[in-house]
Design a protein around this ligand. Sequence first.
Ligand code: AP5
Ligand code: MG
Length: 218
Amino acid sequence: MSKIIVLMGAPGVGKGTQARLLQERHKLPQISTGDMFRELAKEKTALAEEVRAVQAAGKLISDDLVIRVVHERTRRKDCKHGYILDGFPRTTAQAVMLEHLAIEQGKKIEAIFVDVPFAELEKRTTGRRICPVCGEIYNIYSKPPKSDTVCDLHPDVKLTHRADDTAEKIKVRLATYEEQTQPLLDYYEASHRLHRIDGTRDPEAIYADIEKIVNRKS
Ligand code: AP5
Ligand code: MG
């Protein structure tokens, strides 16, 4: 049975970093709801304006809209042999939807919780820089680009800093996470589908643990 790998954890724990490694090495599509909505937010529509405001405030986009987007995306051919969900589900309603989706698609859910103390997350998020062309994720403290402001692979392109990656917005995002998403960890734990991983280590050490879960036959 193919798997739906759910990467869970607070803002900045390294979900995107690990999802990108899995996508590259396992050819499993990375479905990041955060990235999808940041793309949508670039359009010039009323919906894009609304999404941009919600993301910038560190609040959650409505379940209705997120669920529709995930449903549509996971029906595509590239998801046939499994996929990685990065940042979904984040609410009970989203988790319920995913149960139905997994049954409908004949897939098994494996929830991976990347655990990092909140105190470390401000540095990870405020220090994050992203290449707008390839999506490569840098950090000015732990993974700086070769040159201060540009991507190693795209030297003509200036790295970007997310609008919600300020010290003030991180507080709101962490509070939103604690209130709405953290309870889902108990939900997956109770059904023996939660894998806890120490996210304070080197990304490769974290990846090695995640890979074991992805490769496990069951
Ligand atoms: P989203 O984009 O999902 O943001 P997030 O959950 O807050 O997580 P981040 O992307 O900030 O962090 P990450 O865990 O991916 O860490 P990364 O690998 O980049 O969501 C943004 C917004 O979109 C939400 O606030 C909401 O508005 C909306 N949204 C998205 N999904 C939604 C949903 N399902 N429902 C409703 N609304 C939704 O790493 C962070 C930094 O740390 C990087 O600089 C990286 O280089 C560094 N780093 C990574 N790993 C390590 C390591 N092991 N050691 C040291 N540094 C590391
Ligand atoms: Mg991310």
